[in-house]
Design a protein around this ligand. Structure first.
Ligand SMILES: [Zn+2]
Ligand SMILES: [Zn+2]
Ligand SMILES: [Zn+2]
Ligand SMILES: [Zn+2]
Ligand SMILES: [Zn+2]
Length: 197
């Protein structure tokens, strides 16, 4: 035994010596072993269904055989329609028999409902369900209005008019407003005494 071992300063070598994916330290000099174990990390397999026939998933450490379970892993059959002329679909798990439902429509193309309206709709080719929204074809025209505010500032307002070329519906919006600010105006040598009332 070396002096340093006497002094409690062992020369530890950490090795996977437990077959439990943990490391244990052995002193190179005196062969003493640590009480402490350091985790080495398991080497997990892929998640796979339990052998028991339910759909609980488990994984196994390839090194030490530790098992861990978690989550559900169904083996789904393909989706199929439940009835003619309806869009409800069902699928079942091959292993545990659990069922899941959802709705899948077979939508046709969108088309306008009538010449002069903007209702745009599509219909399901199986069950006849309808989905629609309003689809205007906008034409935009802009106009400028120049006016003066109470402080004699020049202000330009841009007004956009959106008009639908199909149904004639129109919407108006004031887009922006520009002009010289108070301080800009005074910097130009203007301004009146009653500015900051
Ligand atoms: Zn030692
Ligand atoms: Zn392990
Ligand atoms: Zn299942
Ligand atoms: Zn449908
Ligand atoms: Zn329209």
């Amino acid at each position: 035994m070396s002096i340093s071992c006497w002094l409690g300063k062992h020369d530890w070598v950490w090795e996977d010596a437990t077959n439990a994916c943990e490391m244990i330290g052995t002193c190179r000099q005196c062969k003493r072993q640590t009480a402490e174990r350091r985790p080495l990390g398991h080497r997990w397999s892929e998640w796979q269904p339990h052998a028991s026939g339910d759909c609980l998933a488990e994984r196994v450490c390839k090194h030490c055989g530790t098992r861990e379970s978690g989550g559900i892993l169904h083996s789904w059959n393909p989706w199929s329609y439940e009835e003619d002329h309806s869009c409800g679909q069902i699928r079942t798990c091959e292993r545990c028999g659990v069922a899941e439902h959802h709705i899948t429509h077979c939508w046709g193309d969108y088309a306008y409902k009538a010449e002069t309206t903007c209702d745009y709709e599509k219909q399901c080719l199986r069950c006849g369900a309808v989905s629609s929204y309003v689809n205007h074809i906008w034409h935009e025209s802009q106009s400028q209005v120049r006016r003066y505010d109470e402080g004699d500032h020049s202000v330009t307002e841009y007004t956009s008019t959106l008009t639908c070329t199909r149904c004639g519906h129109s919407e108006l919006k004031v887009e922006e407003s520009t002009g010289m600010s108070n301080s800009d105006f005074q910097a130009y040598g203007g301004g009146t005494s009653n500015w900051n009332r």
